[in-house]
Design a protein around this ligand. Structure first.
Ligand code: ADP
Length: 151
């Protein structure tokens, strides 16, 4: 049976840390669906969601096993829609762990068939966060090294 994993996140922006998680996930699963959670009524993103979709698609243009989608529903519902058995999240530190632990317990309650799989960050990407990249970009700093595409 085909193993499908969703990798949900804000990806505002998608970073080298996220890219590393996708590449490693491709060794574990047949298909990885990068899923950008986006609520059009909230308008609280820094990078435009359509821009991010096209940038991420560009990164995986040669990799048919990666899909990029935008969703506005429960992650557990999204997983059912794509018949995904796995949900991927990355862990950098104990702060991530505390947050992820709570979410994964709730997701298991909502969809017991969906197994959350955590990948520990690669050390060279451990300090990369979308939040910091947004701040640096906002004030004109060069963030190109931390993103898998020019912005
Ligand atoms: P969210 O807003 O849902 O936390 P993010 O886009 O910030 O979404 O992150 C998506 C996932 O990627 C989360 O599981 C997060 O912990 C993980 N992640 C973020 N940055 C890194 C990194 N540098 N290395 C590994 N995992 C990361």
């Amino acid at each position: 049976m085909k193993k499908t994993a969703i990798f949900p996140g804000s990806f505002d922006p998608f970073t080298m840390g996220h890219h590393d998680i996708v590449l490693r996930s491709l060794n574990l699963f047949d298909e990885v669906i990068v899923s950008i959670g986006y609520n059009s009524t909230k308008k609280n993103r820094y990078f435009d969601v359509d821009l991010m979709v096209s940038k991420i698609k560009g990164v995986y243009a040669e990799e048919p096993r990666v899909q990029v989608v935008v969703y506005n529903e429960l992650t557990s519902t999204l997983a059912k829609k794509y018949q995904a058995q796995f949900l991927i999240r990355g862990l950098r530190n104990t702060t991530d762990f505390e947050y992820e632990n709570t979410i994964s317990q709730m997701n298991r309650y909502l969809n017991p068939e969906l197994e959350t799989v955590f990948l520990i960050t690669s050390p060279q990407y451990a300090a990369i966060s979308s939040t910091v990249i947004r701040e640096v970009h906002r004030y004109g700093g060069d963030v190109s090294e931390f993103l898998p595409f020019p912005i």
